[in-house]
Design a protein around this ligand. Sequence first.
Ligand SMILES: Cc1cc2nc3c(=O)[nH]c(=O)nc-3n(C[C@H](O)[C@H](O)[C@H](O)COP(=O)(O)O)c2cc1C
Length: 335
Amino acid sequence: MNSLGTLFRLEIFGESHGPAVGVLIDGCPAGLPLAVADFEPDLARRRAGAAGTTPRREADIPEVVSGLFEGHTTGTPLLILFRNEDTRPGDYGLFRRMPRPGHADLSGAIRYGGWNDPRGSGHFSGRVTAGLVAAGVVAKKLLPGVGFSTRVLEAGGLTDVEAALREAAEAGDSVGGLVELRVAGLRPGLGEPFFGSVEGLLAQAFFAVPGVRGVEFGDGFAAARMRGSAHNDPIVSRDGRTSRNGAGGLNGGITNGNELVCRVAVKPPSSIARSQTTYDFRADAEGSLAIGGRHDACIALRAAVALEAAAAVVLADLALMAETHAFAPARKEQP
Ligand SMILES: Cc1cc2nc3c(=O)[nH]c(=O)nc-3n(C[C@H](O)[C@H](O)[C@H](O)COP(=O)(O)O)c2cc1C
């Protein structure tokens, strides 16, 4: 099934050039103050307009259709939608016949037997992350005292993101990017060993964001080249604070009270101005595809806030679960 979460459970819906996109959240506790204005800061971070983003312009005004009364959540399903306004479905007809290399045109058509909406990538579009970002805004309200900081560390291998975008634009190409997320103020003890590990749940949510290709926590892949003496984080206080954070705030799949640190690799978008080889299903032969329409040159720029939202949703769900598993008082005797 295409849903995420256990107690704070969501489904995102819609197609890029259909009537709307949005999110349905089930299990949101009642009584949370929520206003349309609360969504704007995070939606603004996802909105296109800056260099390297698509020329498509959407106002992204959230409509809360269910689950809100007199400025507070009701505890019943919360449905938030965004109407699509700046649509140009005609830009995409060709991709049925000649699927874009690296995009979901072909795999989506196979999965749904050709019944999927291909306009603007349909349900596979980055536009669908608007609903995820909205869910993140609600989730953050369930995490008082928790601070998120998310930034694009590099694009196309350069820390000078603007230069990378310029070079890619000159070449009619796109670039990948590396996003770092830091979450401070998380209580220790969230998560489960093995299948419910915080890393596992976060990775599942991150990979929901189209274009994500990898994730690492703390030292991540660099840990494979380290010695234990360098990688182990010295514990320097009773509350488990460590003097370095190679674990990225997680041990045994469980938050250890230090900052959660992870990096997410986002690929370059497949829609590029340069011609690419793909299969022409009408000609039944290889063909050359030149992609028009409006596209992002670097997904990481707009995906960063969606990744932050994905993390918030997972952590809010874990925080709600932690309330239910605190059934026994902690042992009092000293070790
Ligand atoms: C915010 C956002 C914007 C995106 N914009 C584009 C785009 O303009 N052109 C494109 O080819 N892919 C874009 N993508 C990526 C595609 O949606 C994605 O590559 C495609 O659905 C296939 O999924 P996969 O890359 O995870 O395999 C975007 C993704 C996100 C999160």
